[in-house]
Design a protein around this ligand. Sequence first.
Ligand code: PXL
Length: 297
Amino acid sequence: MSMAPYIPRVAAIHDLSGYGRNSLSVVIPILSTMGCQAVALPTAVLSTHTGGFEDYAFEDLTGFMKKAIDHWMKLDIRFHCVYSGFLGSPAQVELVSDFIMRQREHKPLVVVDPVLADDGKLYATMDMDMVAGMKYLISRADVVTPNLTEASLLLGKSYKADLGEETLKEWLVSLADMGPETVVITSAPISGKGKDISVAAYNRQSGHFWRAPCVYIPANYPGAGDVFTSVLTGSLLQGDSLPVALDRGVQFVTQAIRASYGFDYPRRDGVLLERVLGSLNGPVFLGSYEWLDEREV
Ligand code: PXL
């Protein structure tokens, strides 16, 4: 037996938004708690995230990223996973895509969270060039996790909060047709269930659709999507199946929002991750995922 440790090593390609519980500030603690080595490749540094703060300081790190990737390649560092999120400029798409190709022989799990927008609106630093870049980048991914707004932008469809189950499935399949084997759409409404939302997923190889429903909590916290995708990624790297990984992601985000919602503080400060992080270490109780349907493959 080899004495080298087996710890999944993840290239975590996100920004560092100093004051804010999002991006690397949540990706690193979640992956570490789930037993993965998070190797950070910051895409930009900010004083705060861009959701609800003005006049934030923003430094793009495209030049640094190139040097860091070249250094890692020279050291022959091999990654079990490449996980990208918020990118600072369209030029970074090329760098990340090139890095994925250079790691290909080690067969990393490539997770791309195409961070662009939410609630029908682009984030402050995003534009249609970044949308075009993300369309290209998802073609290199194994797993993608757009929210409903990002899914509409990637597909060039108009954003609609209530799609209906059949259209949601069409969107999942169309995104999979763009390259990724697994597509997860977050914040997808459940038709006929009031304000309840769910996370819906499709795997092209099996033809299965899955859904993990979440009870509605009237609170939108910036960074919740980063929390979800980080738990999903950690879970897949622990060897869980797709529906179990969805379920764990949904349950953890729900728990984090519940731990936060009863307190009076600005939502822009994000969920109280510090209060719930430890539960990622505990035994897994599977709550709620549903098998939706399957397609002929
Ligand atoms: O959580 C996504 C995200 C990541 N990074 C920055 C952001 C946001 C969302 O607003 O502003 C800088």
